[in-house]
Design a protein around this ligand. Structure first.
Ligand code: TXA
Ligand code: MG
Length: 310
C-alpha cells in the first residue's frame, strides 16, 4: 500500500503531544501512545475503560531501542530472528533503568513487546524517539478493530486521529510468548504454535489455565459483540445470524461465511470483521458452526468461546 507521509507526520505531531491515536498493524488496529509517558499512557486506560492492572504491549521498530528497556535471552533471539517484524509478542524481563511508564507494566518487572510488520506503523515507529504502547483499539472486552473505520466506530470523536493503513491482513491479535519462567505460549494468535515449536525444537502447547505467568487481560469475557453466541451449531434458530466456515449449497440472508473453501487462516482474518458486521446489522443472537480445533482454528475457537461468555 502507498504510504501517506503527511498522515505519518500528523501522527507524530499528536503522539509527541502525549495524545492517543489509532494505528494500523497487520494483526489488529492499536490505540497508541508514548510508552515512556505517564500522561499519555494513562489516557489509553481511560479511553478503553481498561482495568489498570492489565498491562500493555509496547511496539518497537527494532532491537536497538528495546535494548534500553528489556533483557534478551536465547529463545527470544531465535524467535525474533524468524518471526519479527510480525504477529508475535514477547514477554521479557524489564531492565531496572528502563524509562517505560509504570502504567504500562502495572508496576511489574516484565514487559510485553512486539515489532509490527505493517509498513505504515514501521514508518511511524522509525520516526519516533520512544516506543508505542498500543493495546487493541477497542473498548475493553469488545471486538478488536481491523480497519480505521472500526476504530472510529469504537471511539468516535474521543480520539484525535486514526492513521489509516487499510484492513489488517492477519485480522487476529499476535501470539504471545512468555520468556520469563521458561518459554510458554500465553495467547494464541497470528503465528501458529507448530511454527514456534519448529524454531525452538520444542513441543509447547497452549494451556489457558495452567500457566505460571498470569495474563490478566485474558478475562473470561472478551472480544464480545455484546449479543449471545451459540457455538457448534448445525443450523440457525429463528433470529440468529449464522456464521459458517465453508460454503453450503443453500444459504439464507442471515448466513455469514468466514471462508469460501474452509481455509482457517482466511477464517481467522474474517472473524472480527464478521462479528462487527452482524452486530451492526442489529441481530440479537449469533450461532457459529463447529470450527476444527487445529492451527488457526484453535485461535478462532479461543476467541469465540470468550466472545460467547456475555
Ligand atoms: O496483535 C496484538 O498484539 C495487538 C496489536 C495492536 O499489536 N495488541 C493487543 O494488545 O492485542 P491487547 O492489550 O489487546 O492484548 C495484550 C495482552 C493482554 O491480554 C495483556 O494482559 C497481555 O497482553 N500482557 C501485556 N503485558 C503483559 C505482561 N507483561 N505479561 C503477561 N501478559 C501481558
Ligand atoms: Mg485486546
Amino acid at each position: 500500500m502507498k504510504i501517506n507521509l503527511s498522515n505519518i507526520k500528523k501522527s507524530k505531531f499528536y503522539l509527541d503531544k502525549n495524545e492517543c491515536i489509532g494505528i494500523p498493524t497487520e494483526t489488529v488496529y492499536g490505540l497508541a501512545a508514548n510508552a515512556y509517558s505517564q500522561k499519555a499512557t494513562s489516557k489509553i486506560f481511560r479511553l478503553k475503560k481498561r482495568p489498570k492492572k492489565n498491562p500493555l504491549i509496547v511496539h518497537y521498530y527494532d532491537l536497538k531501542m528495546l535494548k534500553n528497556d528489556c533483557e534478551f535471552n536465547n529463545d527470544f533471539l531465535k524467535l525474533y530472528k524468524k518471526f519479527s517484524p510480525g504477529p508475535i509478542t514477547f514477554v521479557l524481563k524489564l531492565k531496572k533503568n528502563s524509562k517505560i511508564s509504570k502504567n504500562v507494566t502495572n508496576k511489574k518487572k516484565t514487559l510485553a513487546v512486539r515489532f509490527p510488520k505493517h509498513p505504515v506503523s514501521r514508518k511511524l515507529l522509525k520516526l519516533l524517539k520512544y516506543p508505542l504502547a498500543a493495546p487493541s483499539a477497542n473498548i475493553s472486552t469488545k471486538i478488536s478493530p481491523v480497519s480505521s473505520k472500526d476504530v472510529k466506530d469504537e471511539f468516535g470523536k474521543k480520539i484525535k486521529f486514526v492513521l489509516d493503513g487499510g484492513s489488517s491482513k492477519i485480522g487476529l491479535e499476535s501470539t504471545i510468548v512468555g520468556l520469563i519462567n521458561g518459554t510458554q505460549i500465553l495467547r494464541l494468535g497470528g503465528i501458529e504454535i507448530k511454527k514456534i515449536n519448529k524454531v525452538l525444537k520444542t513441543n509447547l502447547k497452549y494451556k489457558p489455565k495452567n500457566k505460571t505467568l498470569n495474563v490478566p487481560g485474558q478475562f473470561k469475557t472478551h472480544y464480545s459483540p455484546g449479543i449471545p453466541i451459540r457455538m457448534n451449531a448445525n443450523t440457525p434458530r429463528p433470529g440468529e445470524a449464522f456464521i459458517l466456515i465453508k460454503k453450503r449449497k443453500s444459504s439464507d440472508r442471515n448466513f455469514y461465511y468466514l471462508s469460501k473453501k474452509n481455509n482457517l487462516k482466511e477464517a481467522a482474518k474474517n472473524l472480527y470483521k464478521t462479528l462487527r458486521m452482524i452486530k451492526n446489522k442489529k441481530f440479537k443472537k449469533i450461532a457459529i458452526e463447529k470450527i476444527p480445533n487445529i492451527g488457526f482454528g484453535e485461535a478462532i475457537n479461543d476467541r469465540i468461546s470468550r466472545a460467547s461468555k456475555v
